[in-house]
Write a protein that binds this ligand. Structure first.
Ligand SMILES: *[C@@H]1O[C@H](CO)[C@@H](O)[C@H](O)[C@H]1NC(C)=O
Ligand SMILES: *[C@@H]1O[C@H](CO)[C@@H](O)[C@H](O)[C@H]1NC(C)=O
Ligand SMILES: *[C@@H]1O[C@H](CO)[C@@H](O)[C@H](O)[C@H]1NC(C)=O
Ligand SMILES: *[C@@H]1O[C@H](CO)[C@@H](O)[C@H](O)[C@H]1NC(C)=O
Length: 355
């Protein structure tokens, strides 16, 4: 069950390519992570640090950590390993002049590659740091999966990078709050430094798409469980060796059939309801640092366990720019925050980026 859900959601949220059902896919040839990850040798680590323009922190994690804190580190490692695989493949595609990844200007290409190589190495250090903190706390490090990326050219790859980086930027807010709740104050500062690094990356991804670099005054928040579900849409079912050690929920998939533009409009959604417990469902949107917005969901069709439904995307009333996380909820709220939304979510996250 864990591996089946959300592939379709992310594919069409990104609205890029059509793909075979996940069960029919097989990994591309050799998907080893670069530089000996997840367990680089000392010399490989030195090389990664040079490429990252900086080092792993040389301070030790604190002696104790809360259970919530462990889950944070597991999710961070799970995410960072996925990002390493993505940026490594993107760099390979550009370097090998794969169709769709060719640059006409050699200077452009060399700046793009230099930027991506630093980003890759920085993500490698984030992954190594999270996993070595887990080891320090006598918890198994997270092992990489086999990944699949629904992109076929540089523009769609950057669009996807922007989307998952936005999810990460919201999720790291949640990890900082969970560290705070678990009294893991020693870990909060370092995560804040990573948030800023990811934000710098995002500014550059946005510029590459012809957008202004800074997306929102207060970036959209998230919940660990949404990120956990979203990342799994890029993995082959059954390919994540110890994902079952991460105590987070995987939701049903949610597809945004009609990606919105910058105006209020009715959107069509498609999702699974395997529970049959629920007779009424709502569409809930998380945007910026505002209270979640709940809208009626009207059913268009119900075939087997697949529901197609419509809900208003109230852009004009709420200035819904940047990332909006959409979730089909079993309650009409009011929800105090993103964590409350996740508690009542059936299907999600649907990822919308406007402007
Ligand atoms: C790399 O290129 C291949 C072939 O077009 C494509 O299938 C894959 O999704 C690309 N990966 C990335 C990260 O751009
Ligand atoms: C959305 O659909 C409802 C019900 O069909 C309709 O009353 C409303 O005007 C629509 N809103 C927009 C912005 O299109
Ligand atoms: C939402 O649905 C409820 C119950 O069916 C109804 O009372 C309410 O008017 C609807 N709200 C909107 C904005 O359509
Ligand atoms: C849920 O309900 C639908 C429609 O009534 C039905 O086709 C499906 O078999 C049910 N699924 C389960 C798991 O009961």
């Amino acid at each position: 069950m864990r591996f089946l859900g959300p592939v379709v959601a992310f594919l069409s949220a990104v609205s890029l390519v059509s793909a075979a059902p996940v069960s029919e896919r097989t990994p591309d040839v050799d998907q080893d992570l670069p530089d000996g990850l997840p367990y680089p040798s000392p010399s490989e680590l030195t090389l990664v640090e040079q490429n990252a323009h900086g080092t792993l922190p040389n301070t030790s994690p604190p002696p104790v950590i809360s259970n919530k804190g462990i889950t944070n580190l597991q999710l961070i490692a799970f995410n960072e390993l996925f990002e390493v695989a993505f940026f490594n493949e993107l760099i390979t595609n550009i370097t090998d002049n794969v169709e769709g990844y060719r640059f006409s200007d050699a200077d452009d290409k060399s700046l793009v590659l230099a930027s991506l190589k630093a980003i890759l190495a920085q993500e490698e250090l984030h992954a190594i740091r999270a996993n070595s903190a887990l080891s320090h706390f006598h918890v198994n490090p997270i092992e990489p999966c086999q990944y699949y990326f629904p992109v076929k050219d540089f523009d769609s790859a950057l669009g996807l990078a922007s989307k998952f980086t936005d999810v990460v930027l919201g999720t790291l807010q949640d990890t900082i709050e969970r560290f705070a709740l678990g009294h893991d104050f020693d870990l909060a500062r370092e995560i804040a430094s990573v948030v800023a690094n990811e934000g710098e990356q995002q500014g550059w991804f946005r510029m590459q798409q012809g957008k202004i670099p800074s997306e929102l005054p207060f970036l959209t928040t998230g919940d660990l469980n949404f990120a956990f579900t979203a990342i799994q849409s890029f993995t082959y079912p059954g390919s994540c060796p110890n994902i079952n050690e991460i105590p987070l929920r995987t939701f049903e998939s949610l597809e945004i059939v009609t990606p919105p533009s910058a105006k209020s409009q009715n959107l069509t959604f498609s999702f699974q309801d395997n529970s049959n417990e629920t007779n009424q469902l709502w569409m809930t949107y998380i945007n910026q640092q505002n209270l979640p917005i709940v809208r009626n969901l009207s059913y268009v069709s119900h075939t087997g366990n697949t529901i197609t439904a419509e809900a208003l995307f109230p852009y004009d009333d709420h200035e819904l720019n940047g990332l909006t996380i959409a979730a089909v909820t079993k309650k009409d709220g009011p929800f105090a925050d993103a964590n409350e939304v996740a508690k009542w979510t059936l299907a999600g996250p649907g990822l919308i980026i406007v402007n």
